[in-house]
Structure formats: C-alpha cells, structure tokens
Design a protein around this ligand. Sequence first.
Ligand SMILES: Nc1ncnc2c1ncn2[C@@H]1O[C@H](COP(=O)(O)OP(=O)(O)OP(=O)(O)O)[C@@H](O)[C@H]1O
Length: 307
Amino acid sequence: MSSIISVANLSKTYGSGFKALKNVNLDIKRGEIFALLGPNGAGKTTLISIICGIANPSEGKVLVGGEDIQTSYRKARSLIGLVPQELHTDAFESVWATVSFSRGLFGKPKNPAHIEKVLRDLSLWDKKDNKIITLSGGMKRRVMIAKALSHEPQILFLDEPTAGVDVELRKGMWEVVRGLQQSGVTIILTTHYIEEAEEMADRIGVINKGEIVLVEDKATLMQKLGKKRLTLHLQGKVTALPESLAHYELDLCDGGATLVYDYDTKGERTGITSLLSDLRTAGIRFNDLDTTQSSLEDIFVDLVRTS
Ligand SMILES: Nc1ncnc2c1ncn2[C@@H]1O[C@H](COP(=O)(O)OP(=O)(O)OP(=O)(O)O)[C@@H](O)[C@H]1O
C-alpha cells in the first residue's frame, strides 16, 4: 500500500514556548483505518490541525497525496475531509442545504447525485429536508460526516467520532466508517475509546507528550506486546506454594482455589510446560485451565506510563 499522507520531522512549538509536537514522522497508507491514541494533551489535535493545514508547523513537512500542505495548500486540503468534534453550522438550515454548502466551500461544482449518495450512505436521506435543530445527537454526527464528505475527499479525519454517544450509536458509527473504507476512503481517527481502536483500526499509532511512541499493525501490536495469563483451577485449595515454584511468580487467588501465571508471548519459552511438570512434582493438581490475552487497553496504559 502506498502512503497517502507523509509527515516528516514535524515539530510544533506554540507561542508560549510549549513544544506540542517533537519530531513526528508518520506515514498513512492509502485505504487504511488508522487510529491515533493518546492521553489528553498528547498532541493529537495539533497534529491533525497541521496535516489539515489549519495550523503551521514550526519545523518539518507534510505531504498529502504528494502535495505539500503549505506550498500547495488548496490541492492538498481538497483531498481531506475533516470531521471536528463539534458541529459548527446553522441549526435552522436543512440537512441538504448544509451539506451542499460545505461542498461549495471547496469551490467544487454542484453535484446533487454525490450529495444524495453521501446522505443515503449515512442513512440521512429521509432527513434531507429536516432542519439540523430537529435531529438527534447521532444524526447530527452523521451530518458532520456528510459535510466532510461533500467535496469527495480521499481522506477522512474523524476527531473523537463517538465521544459521549451511547454504545448502540457507537456501533452504528463504526458500521458507517467501515462502509466508507470499503468505498475507498482512507480514515484517520482519534479516540479515547481503546475499544474503538481495537475494533476498527488496521494500524494504531500512540502519541504521548508530543512524540509518536509507537506505530504498528493492530494484530502485530497485540501479539508483540500482549501478555497472556494462564489460570489454573485447582482440585483442592492450596494455602502456600513450595519454594520450588517461587521463580514462576505465581499468584494464589480465590482463597487458594486458583493459580495465576502471567507469561510473555514474545518470549521464546513461555515456561508453561515446565510449570505444569513442576506442579505435578509438587503434588498440586488442577481440574481446568484457561488463558486470556491482555487487551489493547493494558498495552496502551503500559506504553504511556513508561514513555
Ligand atoms: N494555541 C496553543 N498555545 C499553547 N499551547 C497549546 C495551544 N494549543 C494546544 N496547546 C497545548 O499543546 C498540547 C497538545 O494539545 P492538543 O490539543 O494537540 O492535545 P490532544 O492530544 O488533542 O488532547 P485532547 O485529547 O485533550 O484533545 C497541550 O498541552 C495543550 O495545552
């Protein structure tokens, strides 16, 4: 997959002297869903604003579809649709007028067939004549996406697309975003919901204190950084573990009814085979066992803490 966005050596120092971005390098592949994760104040909005040409970098370069966002702003910007967190629009306008107006801002000729397609894709067609003020919160968010898609961009930025919406609406939004990807749009989303990144993203980038601390395929990330936990359900309760098992750093839980062993999936050896053999030697038997993989949330918290 080729890069549709290329960010090189990007830094941003605000007038206050605060360094919000420090030498960021990032490539976004055409057609992917990329999730940018980071705690509050990490620099997500600053990064997106620079890529979209809303803010100027202090150093570095951004290419969008091969166009420099500073020297070829109009061309680069026309490739991007930006869905901000808040809807800035006239509450008394109709859905159709609002979305058509957004297209006009990019100097594109009228294309009612495209606007109709966007509204149908977002299940807003039957609301096209409704005033924005009469729409539910979920519909308003979809209007924001429709506005961002009105000028046929190849890239869509979604800044916290599902912040504060209920679980059902969130899942509906995920469907919409997947559909957009299938239609060929590259999607970059910022989110505080780890579950959202886990569910949606092809790749994940983690930003912390203005630095990109990790960019990885989601599946590789989960595998590489994920720890696994083996839980053994013991036949009888055990009050203390023999010295011979000390190096496994086992935890006795549930009043001695279960034994928990954390192991690294990265390691050449998990230690499971020898653990089971040593348990047998120690006379500790179990009825059942299960393993669980650490979630992206565990990985993220670890990364942000240690970086
Ligand atoms: N205009 C500005 N002048 C000075 N500092 C700023 C300005 N805008 C943002 N900052 C600072 O830069 C840092 C990064 O802000 P940014 O909004 O990019 O973070 P974020 O990752 O988007 O956070 P959030 O998740 O809370 O939206 C913050 O510490 C913020 O206070």
